[in-house]
Ligand binder design. Structure first.
Ligand SMILES: [Zn+2]
Length: 173
């Protein structure tokens, strides 16, 4: 058997995160065009930038609390109790700006579960998790208990990340 054919065990972590937000789907044919909200659940899967086969001296890829602290911190600050709106949805943006106080987040595409998962995977996770030595491989956004959208980094998720020298962070618990 060629060495590259030898099975290896790859390790990953999945953390659940929850937040509440409002949105509307610009140009939707039906009721999703109205302002409404969801109790969202996000499942984020991360792997280590070392290839996903190694753990630290305690036996962890990373402490779960670090994912919560970084990702939920971002969600609390930016999306929780906010309205997510498409940048081209000028009517909705004008309306939400009239409310005082207001909290909204402008997205480069319609705020569907698919696009929210894509945004968390491509934009948010690299920014908030990059220094921790992990990379998000998959983000699942649950809009209801029955329906979710999945965004997955296809290919080697480790290859696109440059490990930083200061990747050791203290668990803040
Ligand atoms: Zn909705």
């Amino acid at each position: 058997m060629h060495p590259s054919d030898t099975p290896i065990t790859q390790l990953s972590l999945v953390r659940q995160l929850r937040f509440c937000a409002g949105h509307r789907l610009y140009r939707h044919e039906s009721k999703c065009a109205f302002f409404h909200g969801h109790n969202y659940r996000v499942d984020i899967e991360v792997v280590g930038t070392n290839g996903g086969t190694e753990v630290d001296s305690v036996g962890r890829i990373i402490d779960f609390s670090m994912i919560k602290q970084r990702m939920l911190g971002w969600l609390d600050e930016n999306w929780d109790h906010a309205f997510l709106l498409f940048e081209e949805d000028e009517n909705a943006l004008a309306a939400i700006k009239m409310v005082q106080p207001t909290k909204y987040f402008v997205m480069p595409y319609n705020p569907t579960a698919e696009n929210m998962a894509r945004y968390l995977l491509e934009v948010v996770a690299p920014s908030v998790l990059g220094a921790l030595g992990v990379v998000a491989r998959q983000v699942v956004v649950w809009e209801t208990d029955e329906a979710c959208a999945v965004a997955t980094l296809v290919g080697n998720p480790v290859a696109c990340v440059q490990p930083t020298e200061s990747s050791v962070l203290v668990d803040a618990r």
